[in-house]
Design a protein around this ligand. Structure first.
Ligand code: HEM
Length: 250
């Protein structure tokens, strides 16, 4: 066969690598994001220092553009797996209803290898599709907002990302979409990484049970830090790590 002729199988593999690879990079980026936005836990001075540094050295602008592109590429390639036809979607909804009941029973087909009941693994997939759809809407909104923050100052006398604006808009109501986005991102990324690890053979070294534990530790750590970050941004609690920057020049 001519080397340029692609078979359905090789095309499938390419798509799998693109959706898995982009998902992995986005999940790793989100760990960095926890640290960057989490700088607010040390107070406004820490957050503003971080934002100014990333913008002055032109790190923030290309990062926002690259993450937005990767986010859309991931959505397009991962969405191929979502049944497009309404008939199939209805079937999925029916299935989800049944699964939410049956996952709680003891199932005869439960395997030794999986820490989940088989139906629970399927429910996780269905929720990954749902959280992905929510993220597509809320994440695009967030990335456009941050795009405006970091690109408009290039064209005039404007401040970029700064704690005052961020806290004002989160406190005024953006906390709600951000809280939903945070939950969806954490669920989607930790389950996604777990699936990716299994797909590419990580269960040859680690048991599924161990991988599930790791997934849970990542999920809860990032959710707690992200939740605390959101509470400080909304002005509900004082920055708990403010003592770290105490005594420095203001
Ligand atoms: C380079 C791209 C990104 C930058 C520069 C960025 C920056 C920020 C900033 C400055 C905030 C504080 C709130 C605000 O100013 O509106 C924030 C919050 C948040 N961002 Fe991003 N973000 C990026 C990408 C993403 C992506 C791809 C997601 C998920 C799809 C995301 C999810 C969140 C969430 C859930 C919050 C709420 C606060 C928290 O609990 O961490 N961000 N981000």
């Amino acid at each position: 066969m001519h080397p340029l002729v692609t078979t359905p199988a090789s095309r499938s593999l390419t798509h799998e690598i693109i959706s898995g690879g982009s998902g992995l990079v986005l999940a790793l980026f989100m760990w960095g994001h926890v640290v960057l936005v989490g700088s607010i836990l040390t107070g406004e001075r820490g957050f503003d220092w971080m934002a100014t540094f990333l913008e002055d050295y032109y790190i923030a602008q290309p990062t926002v553009a690259a993450i937005f592109i990767l986010f859309l590429v991931h959505a397009v390639f991962a969405a191929r797996k979502i049944p497009a036809q309404l008939r199939e979607r209805k079937r999925i909804a029916q299935l989800a209803k049944g699964l939410s009941q049956s996952g709680r029973e003891k199932v005869a087909t439960r395997t030794e290898h999986s820490p989940f009941r088989p139906h629970v693994e399927s429910m996780l997939w269905i929720w990954q599709v749902r959280t992905g759809m929510i993220m597509l809407v809320l994440g695009s909104f967030h990335l456009m907002l941050l795009g405006l923050d970091v690109f408009t100052p290039l064209f005039g006398e404007m401040a970029g990302i700064e704690s005052q604006t961020t806290m004002a808009r989160v406190g005024a109501g953006l906390w709600l979409p951000y809280a939903i986005l945070l939950l969806c991102v954490e669920f989607h990324a930790s389950v996604g990484l777990y699936r990716l690890a299994i797909k590419w053979g990580a269960d040859l070294w680690l048991s599924r049970k161990a991988m599930h534990r790791i997934e849970q530790v990542i999920f809860w750590t990032i959710l707690v830090v992200g939740g605390a970050t959101l509470c400080v941004l909304a002005g509900w609690i004082d920055p708990p790590l403010a003592f770290l920057l105490e005594g420095g020049a203001s």
